[in-house]
Write a protein that binds this ligand. Structure first.
Ligand code: SF4
Ligand code: SF4
Length: 378
């Protein structure tokens, strides 16, 4: 187990360096196309916030930073409308519409700056940003020279700049210029799954510098027993919509029984099931998940698990997530098999994404060294 922790840690360092280098050159273009967060992604973030105080701090600071960008956007748009009004350019009615859209964006800025409570409803309000900004741009586009004037008045802080002949889409509301993704390791599935369309591509680089087993092991986080209990307590408290599957390597027999008992006491009826050996297939995982009654849990003990099995697990669980069929499924393999031969067929440099990033994989830390292991990845 200790050796697995070491390999996972080193693999993570290699992966982090690759991301820093390749995404750095690409200037994080995939975070400059609006936000990828969906409802279930937000719930996962809320669940993480329940156990990770540092994440709340990071989010709050990042959103205040974002409020400055929105303030700069509002200021630039106001200057455009003032200029057009003073010069008598544009229809009065169109100018009024633009002013109304500016007021809406300003209200959004006030929400951001006021310090959000970061519950689900609060976070959902952040999703309005792309639409409000888009509505403002549409209102300015009917005014003569509206967009050109906007780009001229936009200072460094503002998000309004031309890309080709159009104003570029906004950065994701969770993207901070200083710390990157505010959601950290809890980013949405699409982002976490190394979805990359750049050239050179991140996946190309990963494929050239890492082998399959190391790449998968880099997706594991160490977790203490205490942290694991906190995470499951949070799930039980928040309710079925917040249930998330996870894989925990290193759980002994006593651990498994204690976890199931604890979940049962917390009101989440949880079964312990002994899985059979052999290859794991995504379709079987999907079926297994569908069979867990909503609001209940399953602790599945597998004789062994390899990196290729984890890919199938991730694919099956992702299908459940997309069908809004979240379940509390805790997979506890008795043995983690490495190396995995052969690698999963999706492990090619031609595939645009790899499914493993979103799956919560933990290595149970043998001592308190893993404390704080849920801290954000860079
Ligand atoms: S994942 Fe790909 S598209 Fe996104 S920032 Fe990295 S290199 Fe660019
Ligand atoms: S959620 Fe994070 S990784 Fe995804 S687009 Fe937004 S900032 Fe980028």
């Amino acid at each position: 187990m200790h050796e697995l922790q070491e390999v996972s840690h080193l693999a993570r360092q290699v992966l982090d360096r690759l991301v820093e280098r390749v995404c750095g050159v690409c200037e994080r273009n995939c975070c400059h196309q609006g936000t990828m967060m969906g409802s279930q992604d937000l719930r996962r973030l809320v669940r993480a916030l329940a156990v990770d105080a540092a994440l709340a701090d990071r989010l709050r600071k990042g959103l205040v930073e974002k409020a400055c960008e929105v303030a700069a956007d509002v200021a630039a748009a106001r200057k455009v409308v003032e200029l057009l009004r003073t010069s008598g350019t544009g229809q009065a009615q169109d100018l009024e519409v633009a002013e109304a859209r500016i007021r809406e964006l300003e209200q959004f800025r006030e929400t951001l700056a006021s310090g959000l409570s970061l519950d689900y409803e609060d976070l959902r309000r952040l999703m309005l940003h792309t639409a409000l900004r888009h509505n403002l741009l549409r209102a300015l586009s009917v005014l003569p020279g509206g967009h050109t004037a906007l780009a001229r008045f936009a200072g460094d802080e503002s998000s309004f700049r031309f890309r080709g002949r159009r104003i570029a889409p906004p950065r994701c509301i969770f993207h901070s210029r200083t710390v990157g993704c505010l959601a950290g390791r809890w980013k949405p599935a699409k982002c976490a799954n190394f979805f990359c369309t750049a050239d050179p591509s991140l996946l190309d680089a990963i494929h050239s510098h890492m082998d399959f087993d190391d790449f998968v092991l880099a997706a594991f986080d160490p977790i203490t027993w205490q942290r694991l209990l906190e995470l499951l307590d949070a799930e039980a408290r928040l309710g079925p919509e917040y249930h998330e599957p996870m894989v925990v390597v290193g759980l002994g027999d006593e651990h498994r029984h204690e976890l199931a008992d604890r979940l049962n006491r917390a009101g989440v009826h949880t079964r312990l099931q002994q899985g059979i050996g052999g290859t794991l297939w995504a379709a079987d995982v999907e079926r297994l998940g569908q069979e867990i009654p909503r609001g209940e849990g399953l602790l599945l003990v597998l004789p062994e698990l390899s990196a290729a099995d984890l890919y199938e697990l991730a694919l099956g669980l992702d299908r459940l997530r997309q069908a809004n069929e979240q379940r509390l499924l805790l997979v506890a393999p008795a043995v983690y098999v490495t190396p995995s031969r052969p690698p999963h067929p999706m492990w090619t440099e031609h595939t645009m994404s790899q499914p493993i990033g979103y799956l919560e994989c933990y290595l149970l830390a043998e001592d308190s060294q893993g404390a704080g292991s849920l801290a954000c990845k860079p």
